[in-house]
Structure formats: structure tokens, C-alpha cells
Write a protein that binds this ligand. Structure first.
Ligand SMILES: [Zn+2]
Length: 239
């Protein structure tokens, strides 16, 4: 998720009526962008079904996110199969170093990206704080993941130079501040992810794109309609 702290503050102060008004004025499209393709067949898999030692903290299923309300009905995380399998390999490698992966978000239905856009003030949109639904997000393709690490000995989230969705200079993957331990953990996560084909976002240490993300279509399927680990039919692909 791209958002900034000022955005969060603004939203906290906004009334529901104001949010509705912003949504009504939104210039965003009513449906996902049409892309020519060709695309690989979508094959969204639930991460924890491949490896239950990957833990979840799905903030968008709670009020603890920048919108101040749940935007997912279920606290689940999916990725396209090759990305999910790569994540399992990262998790195994981290286990040898005393850590496990803690996932905040994976596949995100397009309509949620549009909701983020609708509730964000125009000046914040222009600064790139939220993904433009006219282009979609790599999360919509099931090829981006937001995550941190937990300590295997305690099961608790580790400290990083910034918190998740903290949109300040501290969120940058090359930020020089914080403690030595925080930077070392952030750099370890990045190094392990890069070994498996992920690329970190230049502004967010927790956001990683999987190689070949552009070969997957933008989807708008709610979690509850993703059945098991079966291939998503072309009929479900956003057009
Ligand atoms: Zn993200």
C-alpha cells in the first residue's frame, strides 16, 4: 500500500459523509483497466496452505489501517503460485537465521485499490500515495506482497526502521537511520527476497514485487470466491 502519514491523519479527521462525497467526486474508472495481454492463467494460492509457519497480520481486515475500517471481509493472503512458492523458500532460508515471514498483504482485489483511491484526497493521489486504479496495482495481479519478519523464538514481529504503512523517510529500504539491528533485519529480509526473484519498492521496505508481475492480469475476485488452490477461470479475470 502506498500512503503517507499525512494521508492517515486526514482520513482520521474525515467524516463518513466526507468520504462519501470524495468517493462521489472520484474520477477513477468504474471497472478495472482493459489490458491486451496475453496473460498467464491466474493461479492464486493461499500462502499459509503452502507453509503454515508463514504468519499473517492482515491489517486491511481490521480497522488498523490507513482507511480506519476493515476493507477485507477475510484475513487471508494469496499470491500467484510461483510467487507463493518463492516466498516459502525465503521463509525456509530465514528459519535457519532465527526468523520467519510475517505477511501483511498479498493479492488485493482491484475494487479495494479503487476504494483506497476514492477515500484519498486528490493532492495525496498526485503524489503517488495510493495506486491509481486506472493502472491497477501489482497487488491486483497477485504478484506483490507486503511483509516483515517475526522472531522464531518468541513469535513476535521484529523491529524494523519503520512500522508497516508508515509513510516517512524511515520507510525507504535504504534509510540510514534506526538502530543497527533494525537496519540489519531490514537488509536481511531484502537480501533473502531478492535471492528468490523479488524486488523491493524504492519507498517501502515491506513491499516486494515478484519477477514477471506484468504477465499476470489485474483481478477483482474477493477472497471468499477464490476456491482452494485451483486455477482461476478466465471468466473471473477482470476485463
Ligand atoms: Zn504493497
Amino acid at each position: 500500500m502506498r500512503a503517507r502519514s499525512s494521508c492517515k491523519r486526514g482520513l482520521a479527521a474525515a467524516s463518513i459523509a466526507a468520504l462519501v462525497a470524495i468517493a462521489a467526486c472520484a474520477t477513477a474508472p468504474s471497472g478495472p483497466p482493459r489490458e491486451a495481454g496475453p496473460f498467464r492463467a491466474a493461479d492464486l494460492v493461499e500462502i499459509v496452505k503452502l507453509d503454515p509457519t508463514i504468519l499473517l497480520d492482515i491489517r486491511y481486515a481490521t480497522s488498523n489501517n490507513f482507511t480506519g475500517r476493515p476493507v477485507y471481509r477475510q484475513a487471508r493472503a494469496f499470491l500467484q503460485r510461483p510467487a507463493a512458492e518463492a516466498l516459502v523458500r525465503v521463509n525456509r532460508s530465514l528459519h535457519a537465521k532465527g526468523y520467519g515471514l510475517l505477511v501483511f498483504d498479498g493479492y488485493r482485489p482491484w475494487s479495494v485499490t479503487k476504494l483506497f483511491w476514492d477515500v484519498t484526497a486528490p493532492d495525496k493521489r498526485e503524489k503517488g500515495f495510493v495506486a491509481n486504479p486506472a493502472k491497477g496495482s501489482k497487488h491486483n495481479r497477485g504478484a506483490a506482497v507486503d511483509l516483515s519478519m517475526y522472531d522464531l523464538s518468541t513469535g513476535r514481529e521484529v523491529g524494523m526502521p519503520s512500522t508497516y504503512d508508515e509513510f516517512s523517510d524511515r520507510a525507504g529500504p535504504d534509510y540510514k537511520g534506526g538502530t543497527d539491528d533494525e537496519r540489519a533485519r531490514r537488509n536481511l529480509l531484502r537480501a533473502e527476497m531478492e535471492k528468490e526473484g523479488f524486488t523491493v519498492d524504492p519507498g517501502e521496505w515491506w513491499h516486494f514485487n515478484y519477477r514477471g508481475w506484468e504477465r499476470y492480469p489485474i483481478l477483482d475476485i474477493p477472497f471468499e470466491k477464490i476456491r482452494g488452490q485451483t486455477t482461476v477461470s478466465r471468466d473471473s479475470v477482470a476485463r
